[in-house]
Write a protein that binds this ligand. Sequence first.
Ligand code: FO1
Length: 320
Amino acid sequence: MILALAGGVGGAKLAQGLALALPPGELSVVVNTADDFELYGLRICPDLDTVLYTLAGIADPVNGWGIAGDTHHALGQIAAYGRDPWFRLGDRDIATHILRTERLRQGATLTEAVAELAAACGVASRLLPMTDDPVATLVDTPGGRLAFQDYFVARRQRDDVLSVVFDGVETARLPDGVAAAVAAAELVVLCPSNPIVSLGPILAVPGLRAALAASAAPVVAVSPIVGGRALKGPADRMLATLGHEVSAAGVAALYAGFHGLVDALVIDGADADLAPRIEAFGLRALVTSTVMGDADDRRRLAREVLAFGRQLALAGSEVR
Ligand code: FO1
C-alpha cells in the first residue's frame, strides 16, 4: 500500500500518476481539509474535490480544480439575486457539495461522505480527509487576519502572508482510516503541494507525525518549487514572506525541520545544482523532471518516485 499526502492541484496530479502506476486499490491519499468552508449553506472541500475529480478523470484541464466542461448557471442566478458570485462553483460541482452536505447533516462523517462520492465516481484509490473535525487555515497579512479562501480566491493571493494559523487543529482527531493507512504504508509520498498551507495542516493533525515516525516506510517529498518558482499558486511568495529560501533547498530545509520525518526530496533537473545542499540537510535527493503535464508525465514521475522509495526502503532495511 502506498500513502500520498496531498493538497490541491499539484498534489492531485501526482496522486493520479500514482493511481495509474499502481494496481487498483493500492493507493490511499490523505487530503488537506483546512481550506474547507461553508458557502450558501453548503460544505465546500476544494482540495478533496480536486483530488476526487482528478482521480476520476473529470477535472477541468485548465484550472485543475472543478469539473471539465462545467457550466455556471446556478452562479449566474445567484448573481441575479444580487449576491457576489466570487467563488466559481460550477453546476455539476454544486451537485457534489449538495450531496456531501446532505450526508453530513444526516450524521455521516466527512470520511464516509467522501468514500461514497469516490465510489460513485469509480475511484479505486482510498480518499481520506486528514480529519473529520473542523480545521480552518487563517492567514495573517499586513491588513489583518483572513479566512483562507478570502485570501486565496476573493483577494487573489495579493496579500503578504506573515503567519499562518490552523484553527482547531490542536483538538482535531486523526481518523481511524488515516492511522490504518499510515500503518499499512510501504512508502509515504508528500506530493508537490504547498508545504505551508496544503501539507502543513495535514502534518499538524495530532498523531499523524508520530504515526509516520513509528512506521518503517520511507517518506519521500516532491518539491513544489522548480527553478525558484511555484508551479502553481502562491507557495513561492508565501515561503519568502515567512522567511524561507524560495528554492527546492528551502523546501528541503523546511522538511528537515520535521527532525528525520522526511527521508528524501525529489527535485527537478532545473535544480540539480541544489542536490548537495539538500543532502547536507540530511535528505537524499533524486533529480528528475518533476513538471507534470498530461497523464503520461504524471505516471512517469510516479514510477520514478516509487522506484526511489523502493531503493530507500531496501537501504533502510540493510541498515536496521
Ligand atoms: N480557485 C480560484 O482561484 N478561484 C475560484 O473561483 C475557485 C473555485 C473553486 C471551486 C471549487 C473547487 O473545488 C475549487 C475552487 N478553486 C478556486 C480552487 C481552490 O480554492 C484552491 O485551489 C484551493 O483551496 C487551494 O488548494
